[in-house]
Design a protein around this ligand. Structure first.
Ligand SMILES: N[C@@H](CCC(=O)N[C@@H](CS)C(=O)NCC(=O)O)C(=O)O
Length: 204
């Protein structure tokens, strides 16, 4: 398998899952600042121009965080990346999707790429504040979900890797995380798999 990633991007969550699984895999860095995602050879791999992108041993390509995370969990059951209970599995997927589709794509994307959300540069500050509001509301909901638990559905699962990267980003934009999210981030950063990824991506 090969993970196409950018240091500290959302691909870090999939990188964490690959380390949790512990099977051999390759990585290839995509320089998003230099626009490598919009040019060949990367566009031949993923025409959506996004990381994470995973090429599998049979040469096929997987994109979209929740799909990659789910596939990794189901094909590596020994790694316990999803609970056995079907309701808990659905809950883990629900939280994964919320972190990716709402907190990341609606909240942080507005803060990191405000010009993508308005044709008018004068509106960009308003776009950023709206993004912050969306992320804050998201973390408040995740905080409730984490109440009394170490991880999102009790034991570590794919949802934690997605929540982790959004919590990690909160530091970049100077947001204060609510208490349960702050402890969750610390717990994640203490996991050996996460520490290896931080080293590998040059973030430690
Ligand atoms: N919906 C996608 C989102 C992936 C995404 O937005 N990736 C960002 C990095 S965090 C990216 O590759 N951005 C490059 C660009 O849009 O130019 C997923 O779930 O994987």
């Amino acid at each position: 398998m090969k993970l196409y990633y950018a240091p500290g991007a959302c691909s870090i969550g999939i990188h964490v899952l690959l380390e949790e699984i512990g099977k051999p895999y390759e990585t290839e860095r995509v320089n998003l600042q230099q626009g490598e995602q919009y040019k060949p050879p990367f566009t031949a791999v993923n025409p959506k121009s996004k990381v994470p992108t995973l090429t599998r041993d049979d040469g096929t390509v997987m994109t979209e965080y929740p799909a990659i995370a789910y596939w990794l969990a189901r094909t590596n059951p020994f790694a316990n990346l999803l609970p056995d209970d079907i309701d808990q599995q659905a809950k883990s997927l629900e939280l994964t999707d919320y972190a990716v589709a709402t907190i990341h794509m609606q909240g942080f994307a507005r803060q990191f790429r405000s010009s993508n959300f308005t044709p008018n540069p004068a509106d960009e500050e308003a776009v950023k504040s709206r993004g912050k509001e969306i992320a804050e509301k998201g973390f408040a909901l995740i905080d409730k979900a984490l109440e009394g638990k170490e991880y999102a559905v009790g034991k570590f699962s794919i949802a934690d890797s997605a929540i982790f990267y959004t919590e990690f980003w909160s530091k970049r934009v100077g947001m204060t995380l609510p208490a349960n999210c702050a402890s969750h981030l610390e717990r994640m950063l203490a996991r050996p798999a996460v520490q290896r990824v931080m080293q590998q991506e040059g973030l430690a």
